[in-house]
Design a protein around this ligand. Structure first.
Ligand code: ZN
Length: 320
C-alpha cells in the first residue's frame, strides 16, 4: 500500500474530488497516512489532518498543487495520532503563518512536547515535533465559502477526537470514528479504559447528522452512511462479545502499520522492535498472559501472513 501511495500521481489523487462542491478537495492516501481534506475560498485555506511523517513531502505537494500559490492559512487535526499529524511540522515550515489547531485533552502535551503522552513512544511510531497555536473545542464553528462547519466530539477510537460536519452540504469529515468498513482501533481499551460505549455513542451522533457524504480518515469517501453504520455496529458488537478479538486486531494493526513504514525487516529485528513497544506489551500481558511475549508477537505476525497482509521470505518479513 505504501508503494501505491508513494506512486500516486497528483492529478490522480484529485480525481476523487469531482463529486464534491468546488472548494473542497479530498486527498485519499494509503493507509499509513490519514486522508486529508482541504477547504478553501478566496480568503483562506484549511487543511484537515496531515498524514504520517514519512509522507510529509507528498502531503505538502498535494496541498501546494491544490492551492496554486495561495497560502495554507489553517491546519486542523481531528486527533493527534501520528498518521494524522505527521505532516504538521513540514507544513509549518512551508507556511510560517499557519495556524495549527488541535483538539483538547492532549493539547498540553503538544504545547510541552511529550511524545510518550501523545502515544508516539508506546506505539513505536514517530511524529516530528510541531507547534499548536490553538485548541479546537467540540461545538466550535468556522465558515469556509460561507458554509459553516461544526466540530463535534467523537470519543472512542481516541478520547479527544473531533469530527467535522457541514449541515448545508451534508458532508461529514469522520476521522477514524467511522470508515466505510469499520472504525479505528479503540485505543483506550488497550490501556484498560472502557471505551466501547463511547464508540457506540459516537456512531449514534453520526447517525443523527443524516450525512449524505462521508470523508473518512482512511479509505475511500462514501455515501451509504446507513450501511457503514451497520457494519461498524456489527464490528463493535463482535468486539464487545470477545475483547480478545479487539486486542488481536489492535496488535495486528500496530504491527502492519510499522511494516507499512519499513516495508521489509528481519523477523528477529521486528520482534525486537515489538518488544520495545509499550502498547504491544500491554496487549500481551492483558490478553495473552500465558504466552511469552515473543511467541505471542510471532503468532500475530503469522496471522498477518495468513491473511495476506505480510509475506515472509526466509527470515525477512515483507509488507504486502
Ligand atoms: Zn487515529
Amino acid at each position: 500500500m505504501l508503494e501505491k501511495c508513494c506512486a500516486v500521481n497528483l492529478e490522480q489523487a484529485m480525481i476523487d474530488a469531482p463529486v464534491l462542491p468546488a472548494g473542497i478537495s479530498f486527498f485519499q492516501r494509503g493507509w499509513l497516512s490519514s486522508n486529508n481534506v482541504l477547504l478553501q475560498d478566496d480568503e483562506q485555506a484549511v487543511l484537515i489532518d496531515s498524514g504520517y511523517w514519512t509522507h510529509a513531502q507528498q502531503t505538502t505537494d498535494l496541498v501546494v498543487h491544490a492551492l496554486r500559490g495561495a497560502p495554507l492559512t489553517r491546519l486542523l487535526n481531528t486527533h493527534l495520532h501520528s498518521d494524522h499529524c505527521g505532516g504538521n511540522a513540514q507544513l509549518q515550515l512551508v507556511y510560517p503563518q499557519l495556524q495549527t489547531l488541535v483538539p483538547p485533552g492532549h493539547a498540553d502535551f503538544v504545547f510541552d512536547w511529550d511524545p510518550a503522552a501523545l502515544t508516539y513512544t508506546p506505539t513505536g511510531q514517530h511524529c516530528p515535533q510541531f507547534i499548536a497555536t490553538d485548541v479546537v473545542q467540540p461545538g466550535d464553528r468556522f465558515a469556509v465559502s460561507n458554509r459553516e462547519w461544526v466540530a463535534l466530539a467523537a470519543p472512542g477510537h481516541d478520547p479527544n477526537s473531533i469530527i467535522l460536519f457541514c449541515d448545508e452540504l451534508g458532508i461529514l469529515i469522520s476521522a477514524d470514528a467511522l470508515w466505510e468498513n469499520g472504525f479505528g482501533v479503540v485505543f483506550p481499551e488497550i490501556e484498560g479504559i472502557e471505551a466501547f460505549d463511547e464508540v457506540s455513542e459516537t456512531l449514534h451522533v453520526i447517525e443523527t447528522l443524516n450525512a449524505k457524504v462521508v470523508l473518512p480518515g482512511h479509505g475511500g469517501m462514501f455515501t451509504d452512511v446507513y450501511l457503514a453504520l451497520e457494519n461498524a455496529r456489527s464490528r463493535l458488537s463482535s468486539f464487545r462479545k470477545d475483547p480478545v478479538k479487539h486486542a488481536n486486531y489492535a496488535a495486528k494493526v500496530m504491527l502492519k502499520f510499522k511494516l507499512l513504514e519499513l516495508q521489509r525487516i528481519s523477523l528477529a529485528d521486528f520482534l525486537l522492535w515489538a518488544e520495545g513497544c509499550d502498547y504491544l506489551r500491554l496487549l500481551q500481558t492483558r490478553y495473552a498472559p500465558s504466552l511469552a511475549f515473543g511467541d505471542w508477537a510471532l503468532s500475530m505476525c503469522e496471522a498477518l501472513e495468513k491473511s495476506g497482509a505480510v509475506r515472509r521470505d526466509g527470515h525477512v518479513l515483507i509488507n504486502v
